[in-house]
Ligand binder design. Structure first.
Ligand SMILES: Nc1nc2c(c(=O)[nH]1)N[C@H]1C(S)=C(S)[C@@H](COP(=O)(O)O)O[C@H]1N2
Ligand SMILES: [Mo]
Length: 539
């Protein structure tokens, strides 16, 4: 008998529906999760297109990423730079995308039961993105909310459509029949449309970068009126593994908060000089600056976030104009000559602010507005078209890239970006030496081993470098000839290595007589101190 073989009808009713609901739930959940993901994808794609109409920087991922950077505690930012280096921005972006994906899946699942709330959730994400965009220091105004909001509206509408109740109840929840066809058609159509919108947005957004690159390619740098002092022969010894005296531009470290490299063209660029004690405020064009007396200098730039032995230091040949000339033209006097402003605040096109002592800019050192780096116009990532440089000061208090505004003010009246985040107001570069070779945990053969590296104490000059093996005495290293007090010096030490494990330590002394101390301090608030050591195993 039919029922006989399958057990009694009551038991079957109890068991079978259970199995069916289970499978249907899996199908429904998978579909809901993909609806969420697809809606999130569509929201981002539409936002990308909308951001092309507003500003690429107002796109939700960039805005949220930027806002996260602004709010990141100094210690975490430092940690990110240390661990991810130049990839820190990519890691941040991927992190935001991962969180968005998880949220999208969750909202898709929520839509199974609470369609309205899920769509509201998508809109709420849009509000978060919009809020991040308008509160960024470089915000272009209220229009910056649009990319996130328009994207969220599209995402919310799609999620609602994809999680709608099927027209006929027949296929409800089973993933079969007309319901399934309708779902696949809507989803497929949305995926194609979103991809088209996103691709178009990307193309439009990248055209700005292309304009800036074309503007840079059109620049012809004039010859400097004052050449860089010749680098003495012997400033660049040929020791395998040592940092070259001039850091190739491609290897030059990059540290900034810009998730999208600002795309500035020389045509649209202006530099305004104004503020306290400025008797003749002025606005300069790029051509104005190119036509002035230019100087060329080798200068070593260092980041305050550089750990002992770290990579955020480099030397380039910069071409630019003396900043002090420009300030004197504007009527500015340094505090020592009775000027009312002790802080120069440089502002970049992306809203970054950096504060520099006016005294340092006007004390005769080669503080400059740089237009060229290593014989070429400034690369976009290093501040094209114009950046500031002040030898002897960490980058965050002197090196404003993509500069567009110089305001004379006081330290009492204004705290720039990093100072508001607990970094020091004033930050001269600390004297440091780094061992470039041998590398940590290298296994050199016993006998003569070249220990070599670089040492810097910008604007004071490196006077002496010493090396110590294990707990032995400090031995003088050979110092390469000095180019200027504003550049690093290479050093080397020929070590007679005995088999076994050894710790090599280096210390530098600058011309003011200060020797690097053993005491280690963190990079916050005004730069790391301590000595670099490398452990090797000879044998
Ligand atoms: N606009 C802008 N300028 C900036 C920064 C930034 O985040 N934004 N970072 C500063 C810091 S912390 C350093 S160390 C130098 C690094 O310059 P580089 O990237 O050319 O090496 O740029 C400085 N100028
Ligand atoms: Mo920095």
């Amino acid at each position: 008998m039919f029922f006989g073989r399958r057990g009694n009808p009551a038991a079957r009713r109890r068991r079978r529906p259970g199995v069916r609901i289970h499978r249907a739930t899996v199908v429904r959940s998978a579909r809901a999760a993909s609806s969420g993901l697809l809606s999130g994808y569509a929201a981002l794609a539409v936002a990308e297109l909308a951001s092309a109409a507003v500003r690429p920087e107002a796109g939700p991922v960039t805005a949220v990423g930027g806002a996260a950077v602004d709010r990141t505690p100094a210690a975490l930012k430092d940690w990110a730079i240390r661990h991810f280096g130049a990839d820190d921005k990519l890691v941040l972006r991927l992190g935001i995308l991962a969180v968005l994906m998880l949220t999208a899946v969750a909202l898709g699942l929520l839509a199974l039961r609470h369609r309205r709330s899920a769509s509201l959730g998508v809109l709420l994400l849009g509000v978060v993105g919009g809020a991040a965009a308008v509160t960024r220091p470089d915000s272009g105004g209220p229009a910056d909310v649009l990319p996130s909001l328009v994207g969220a509206l599209a995402g919310a509408a799609l999620l609602s459509a994809l999680s709608g109740r099927p027209a006929g109840a027949a296929g409800a929840g089973t993933g079969a029949g007309p319901d399934r066809r309708r779902f696949l058609l809507t989803a497929g159509g949305a995926a194609v449309a979103a991809t088209a919108a996103g691709t178009l947005g990307r193309l439009l957004n990248s055209s700005r970068g292309r304009d800036a690159a074309a503007s840079r390619a059109a620049v012809r740098l004039p010859a400097p009126a004052s050449r860089a002092p010749a680098v003495p022969r012997g400033a660049s010894p040929r020791i395998p593994g040592i940092s070259p005296f001039t850091t190739p531009t491609a290897d030059f470290y990059r540290v900034d908060t810009a998730l999208v490299v600002p795309a500035v063209t020389t045509d649209g660029w202006r530099l305004r000089v104004h503020g306290k004690g400025v008797t003749r405020p002025r606005t300069y064009t790029y051509a104005d600056l190119l036509g002035r007396r230019l100087i060329e200098r080798d200068i070593t730039l260092t980041c305050v976030s550089n750990e002992i032995g770290g990579p955020y230091v480099g030397t380039a040949r910069w071409l630019g104009l003396p900043l002090a000339d420009l300030l004197r033209e504007a009527g500015v006097r340094p505090p020592s000559k009775g000027g009312p402003a002790d802080q120069l605040v440089a502002r970049s096109v992306d809203g970054m602010t950096l504060g520099t002592p006016v005294e340092a800019v006007m004390d005769g050192r080669d503080a400059m507005l740089a237009l060229g780096m290593n014989g070429e116009p400034l690369p976009l990532a290093h501040g094209f078209p114009v950046r500031m440089l002040v030898p002897g000061l960490y980058g965050y208090v002197s090196g404003c890239k993509w500069i567009e505004d110089i305001e004379l003010t006081t330290f009492a009246a204004y705290d720039p970006y990093w100072v508001r985040r607990k970094w020091a107001r004033e930050a001269p570069v600390k004297t440091q030496a780094r061992i470039d070779t041998p590398k940590p945990f290298a296994r050199p053969a016993p006998g003569a081993v070249m220990v070599a590296g670089v040492a810097w104490a910008q604007h004071r000059g490196v006077d002496r470098v010493e090396v110590r093996v294990d707990d032995g005495p400090w031995e003088p290293a050979d110092l390469a000839a000095e180019a200027t007090a504003d550049t690093w010096r290479q050093w080397s030490y020929r070590w007679q290595a005995a088999p076994g494990g050894h710790t090599l330590t280096v210390r530098a002394t600058d011309r003011s007589g200060t020797t690097q101390t053993e005491e280690r301090t963190p990079t916050i608030p005004d730069g790391a101190s301590g000595r670099h050591s490398v452990v090797v195993s000879v044998g």
